[in-house]
Design a protein around this ligand. Structure first.
Ligand SMILES: Cc1cc2nc3c(=O)[nH]c(=O)nc-3n(C[C@H](O)[C@H](O)[C@H](O)COP(=O)(O)O)c2cc1C
Length: 344
């Protein structure tokens, strides 16, 4: 059941939110996930410098669809003035809130001082948060990691500075920067900080299966949870995680035909957002192939999708595949690494 939860000034439709993902959390995917039970969504990371240079591709990333209900825009950068100026521009696109990326482990971002490198520069944080706040009307949140490395897990200290500098809530991916995507998210650490109630906290990391999410929801001290990779292979993860019967059933009610319905909807959202056929294919194809993961013959299907030349052929091949699945259950091997790199 979807029970709304308020973090700072924002009311989310439920405690289960879609986490930001570069190249994925654009309008079509965010709309689709809201339709399928996400309590709120966040854009992919957007460069403050790209915004300030008026780069068209960057500005397009700030667009929000009128049908989106609870959505934030995430900015990345390292410089107070640049971030504050970009925040003003981003706000003109009417997001519910803005978020600062403080978790990206990618070298290109970190070497310039952005993403998770911000967690190493504690003295810069107060001025950064306050400088942005001074230019903004909407709430400001941050998304962090537990720390830079195992010996410097300073999430708690970062949250205290955030609390003093007008940040409304914090989302935390339970790994250090050095871990990147290896090992496991440290939920003991997340729960310890959550119990201290420094600021509202959203927990994130490795919630890849509805049963795991459901168990975490029952015992967590955090205020909400964020799911990233889990939604890529199972677009029904929000609905299933909120269904208290799911844990007893232990299997999904959603079959190939349901996935096809979701893909038709995704396709129309993608076609509306990206008018160019090549972009339509790039955006739709990857999600279609992830949605197929775990169904019979998905590897052969993947090959067919990537060799199809036109949008029309891709659509037909996809329809035939998903409708041919009948009552076959999807079976995902969660022990296999999946998408072990990203920007947060
Ligand atoms: C492909 C990909 C792209 C990502 N891009 C972003 C991003 O733009 N901003 C961000 O804060 N986190 C980003 N992340 C991190 C996720 O939001 C999340 O913190 C991380 O994947 C752990 O959650 P999960 O185990 O549910 O996937 C990305 C992750 C992936 C896999």
């Amino acid at each position: 059941m979807m029970v709304p939860v308020k973090l700072g000034q924002i009311e989310f439709k439920s405690k289960l939110l879609l986490a930001p993902m570069a190249g994925i959390c654009n309008i079509p995917f965010r709309l689709l996930m809201e339709d399928l039970g996400a309590g709120g969504t966040v854009s992919e990371l957007v460069s403050c410098h790209g915004i300030n240079h008026g780069n068209k591709r960057t500005l397009d990333m700030l667009k929000i669809h009128p049908m989106e209900q609870v959505v934030g825009l995430q900015l990345f950068g390292e410089d107070v003035d640049a971030m504050a100026r970009a925040a003003e521009v981003a706000e003109s696109f009417n997001p519910g809130w803005l978020d600062i990326n403080m978790g990206c482990p990618v070298n290109k971002v970190v070497t310039k001082g952005g993403g998770s490198a911000l967690m190493k520069e504690m003295e810069k944080l107060g001025p950064l948060f306050e400088g942005m706040r001074a230019k903004m009307k909407t709430p400001l949140s941050i998304k962090i990691r537990t720390g830079w490395d195992q010996d410097h897990r300073n999430a708690r200290e970062v949250m205290k500075i955030a609390r003093e500098s007008g940040i409304e809530w914090v989302a935390i991916h339970g790994r250090t920067r050095t871990q990147q995507y290896t090992g496991l998210a440290d939920w003991n650490f997340i729960e310890e900080i959550a119990a201290e109630k420094i600021l509202p906290l959203i927990g994130n990391g490795d919630l890849h299966h509805p049963i795991l999410v459901n168990e975490r929801l029952k015992k967590t001290q955090t205020d909400a949870l964020m799911i990233a990779r889990g939604a890529l292979r199972n677009p029904f993860i929000f609905l299933e995680s909120l269904d208290s019967e799911y844990a007893h059933k232990k299997k999904s009610d959603f079959l190939g035909a349901d996935y096809w319905e979701v893909i038709e909807r995704l396709w129309s959202y993608v076609a509306e957002t990206f008018e160019d056929e090549r972009m339509l294919l790039v955006q739709a194809r990857k999600l279609i192939v992830w949605f197929a993961a775990g169904f019979p013959h998905s590897a052969a299907f993947r090959g067919q999708v990537f060799s199809a030349q036109t949008a029309q052929d891709t659509f037909k091949i996809t329809e035939d595949y998903f409708l041919s699945l009948g009552s076959s259950q999807k079976s995902i091997n969660y022990d296999e690494a999946f998408m072990s790199s990203g920007h947060g």
